[in-house]
Design a binder for this molecule. Structure first.
Ligand SMILES: [Zn+2]
Length: 453
């Protein structure tokens, strides 16, 4: 008769690990706490290793270490690969809760099969402890659900965010000059900037200047967060106006002609064209466009002396690779100021510092375009919704940095002689934890301007 005691102990330890994972995994995944998520995956692999080790030992294998390691590695790889596939098929790509449920179900199946096989191999029933622990894993799930409750609304398990209540929220915002039905096209960013640069200088002014604050992934209904609207309110207080705008190539309810995504959005604003003009239309379609942006053309046409683009998303380096090389080769005074670093973190800090340096420099760029990733980054992590505290904080930070840059414009010694157009805008909205589709939440954005004409 085999000595089943060590086998039982391994199964018990594995059960304990699984219980711990069952308790924390859902909340860790949904709130996307990366170090804890990595720990969970490692613990999951360790528990699988113990089960495989117990199984091979029970089968009489004298050296179960290597096959157990291979078994655990294989199981973890399959689990990581299969979970998103099943999640996509059942719940759709943007359902983190679906991922948690699928993962838990697969893990539990694996668990029960392994215990059954170990029981069979040892020839005698294992004590009930491992099974009880496995059941406790299921009990851990509700604990995690409750812990994650504040985020449930924002992550789409209960989808409270839909086109209908989006309309209501937009209607409750008092700063917009227009409605969802009369939204203006995103191409207006290009039109407004070029019209400003081409218009004659007002009396007493000697130089045309432009600052664009781009807030990646900021939804139009974020403006309902009045307490966080510092930068927007600063422009409105100067006599500015706010408009609801749309991306995606056509206004609702017409079908979108380009994905409501980053490359498409900013390229449309840079060129004044939709995808049929600049050639970038697919989701995350990060590829070079042959069409030059106003960062280059406005300098070449002599409308301004210099331009600068401050950003931290490296996809822009690909999209404008041709143009960056062209500017360099032809001595066009357009600076492409990329900061490497976490989006929403040091990447955005770098964007802020570089933009600030341009504004403090008397000879800084005449057309300064910035893209901050706060809203997009935290939207993808925690949900694009005002009720997600992280998204609200991202909006607040966008406004805080924006207001500091607007103050820096006004603090320029030459401010009195300069004719400034300041715009705040966004490339797309978002829904649950993603964007690219045709819901109102994804396709509406906004243009706030400090002045007309
Ligand atoms: Zn974006």
């Amino acid at each position: 008769m085999k000595n089943v005691r060590p086998i039982r102990i391994r199964a018990l330890i594995a059960s304990g690990i699984a219980l711990a994972i069952g308790c924390v995994y859902p909340v860790v995944f949904i709130r996307w706490i990366v170090p804890l998520y990595a720990t969970c995956v490692a613990a999951m692999a360790a528990a699988a290793f113990l089960l495989f080790h117990a199984l091979f030992a029970a089968k009489g294998n004298q050296k179960p270490l290597v096959p157990a390691l291979l078994g655990a590695a294989g199981y973890t790889a399959v689990l990581m690969a299969v979970t998103p596939l099943v999640n996509n098929a059942i719940f759709g790509a943007v359902a983190p809760w679906g991922s948690v449920l699928v993962n838990t179900a697969l893990d539990l199946c694996f668990w029960l099969v392994m215990l059954r096989r170990i029981r069979k191999a040892t020839g005698e029933p294992l004590r009930a402890a491992p099974l009880i622990c496995a059941l406790l894993v299921l009990a851990g799930l509700p604990v995690s659900l409750i812990t994650a409750a504040p985020n449930v609304k924002a992550t789409g398990f209960i989808i409270l965010d839909n086109d209908e209540n989006y309309r209501e929220r937009i209607d409750s915002i008092d700063i917009y000059e227009n409605t969802l039905d009369t939204a203006v096209p995103q191409t207006q960013v290009y039109d407004r900037v070029t019209a400003h640069l081409k218009a004659p200088l007002p009396e007493g002014k000697t130089k045309k200047k432009v600052l664009v604050l781009g807030w990646d992934g900021c939804r139009a209904d974020a403006m309902a967060m009045r307490d966080h609207r510092e930068a927007v309110d600063a422009l409105l207080a100067d006599g500015g106006k706010a408009y609801i705008a749309y991306c995606g190539g056509a206004n609702y309810p017409a079908p979108i002609t380009q994905e409501t995504a980053t490359v498409e959005g900013w390229t449309t604003m840079f060129t004044g064209m939709w995808g049929d003009g600049h050639g970038v239309t697919g989701f995350d379609d990060v590829r070079a466009t042959k069409v030059r942006s106003f960062l280059t053309t406005a300098v070449e046409d002599g409308l301004i002396d210099s331009s600068a683009f401050c950003f931290s998303w490296d996809g822009h380096l690909t999209t404008y690779a041709d143009e960056i090389a062209y500017d360099k080769a032809n001595g066009v005074n357009a600076a492409w100021l990329f900061t490497e670093g976490e989006e929403g973190g040091e990447g955005d800090e770098g964007t802020f510092e570089k933009a600030m340096a341009e504004l403090r420099d008397p000879n800084g760029a005449d057309l300064l375009f910035t893209v901050f990733e706060y809203c997009d980054y935290y939207g993808h992590c925690f949900g694009f919704w005002n009720d997600a505290p992280e998204y609200a904080e991202a909006f607040r930070r966008s406004n805080e940095t924006g207001a500091a840059l607007i103050d820096a414009v006004k603090a320029r010694p030459t401010y009195g002689e300069e004719d400034w157009l300041i715009l705040i805008t966004s490339d797309h909205g978002g829904h649950i934890r993603s964007h690219g589709g045709d819901t109102l939440m994804e396709r509406m954005m906004f243009i706030v301007t400090n002045k007309e004409g």
